[in-house]
Ligand binder design. Structure first.
Ligand SMILES: C[S@@+](CC[C@H](N)C(=O)[O-])C[C@H]1O[C@@H](n2cnc3c(N)ncnc32)[C@H](O)[C@@H]1O
Length: 236
């Protein structure tokens, strides 16, 4: 069964420079990248990661997509310090300093180069966060994506239920462990997230199966309704 980490560095202490190591990163980053690579290869601009944890995904993906500017974020000071340490260690020109973004804040936004509101994003990424946070984090993530994405996508990785059913016994056991730890946590249902997305003006554009019964969900802005659509396709 999968284990969950609330705050990295409790079991394995950081390196002397502050870099933390997440075990799951080593297992999942190649598969996650395979779900992002084609879309990102055609984008320009900024990618914002929410709940970046140690910072290892941000470093690895910034290295693989040097044409994009990567903006990591998290809530814990120890994680922000780790991301900063990984950034110093990697020395990548396209990886920016971490910023504190708390998805429990419905008005969360991001900052770019001293501007209070970073503006439009090419993509957003959120890995293994939604099951280990209250439902309002899912709500605020999707609402934020609707505010900040134009042609871009929000990619969300993790375990998910489908139509009220767990996709594997191990995910059901993981869900029970999460809910026992905190009743506000739990494996989210794809159907509920799709409803949230629709309410926010987004659609579920893609669902990519991942190893170990995980998924990558890709949300996109719903296409604007044609002015003529309400009158039917043959209206003049
Ligand atoms: C299981 S860890 C995953 C970290 C990283 N994305 C990874 O996959 O290695 C969950 C992350 O969500 C972050 N997190 C929890 N609550 C959050 C919130 N309200 N806003 C933003 N991030 C949050 C935690 O600090 C932690 O880094």
């Amino acid at each position: 069964m999968a284990k969950f980490v609330v705050e990295f560095g409790k079991a394995v202490p950081p390196a002397p420079d502050g870099r933390l190591d997440g075990a799951a990163f080593h297992r999942n980053h190649d598969a996650i990248w395979s779900a992002l690579a084609d879309f990102l290869s055609e984008q320009t601009g900024d990618v914002l990661e929410l709940g970046s944890g140690t910072g290892q995904h941000a470093v690895e993906f910034a290295r693989r997509a040097p044409h994009l500017v990567w903006w990591p974020s998290d809530i814990y000071p120890s994680h922000l310090a780790s991301i900063a340490a990984w950034r110093r260690h990697a020395g990548l020109a396209n990886l920016r300093a971490p910023q504190r973004i708390d998805l429990t804040d419905p008005d969360w936004t991001w900052a770019a180069d001293g501007q209070k509101d970073g503006g439009e994003l090419a993509a957003m990424l959120c890995i293994n966060v939604l099951h280990i946070s209250p439902w309002r984090v899912s709500q605020n993530l999707l609402a934020g994506a609707a505010r900040l994405l134009r042609g871009g996508r929000l990619f969300v990785y993790g375990p998910f239920m489908r139509d009220g059913q767990h996709t594997a016994p191990s995910n059901a056991a993981f869900d029970a462990t999460l809910r026992a730890e905190n009743p506000d946590w739990g494996v989210r249902d794809l159907r509920d997230l799709t409803t949230l997305a629709g309410d926010a003006g987004l659609t579920l554009a893609d669902v990519v199966p991942m190893p170990a019964n995980n998924l990558v969900l890709a949300f996109a802005r719903a296409p604007a309704k044609s002015i003529n659509a309400k009158n039917g396709p043959h209206a003049t």
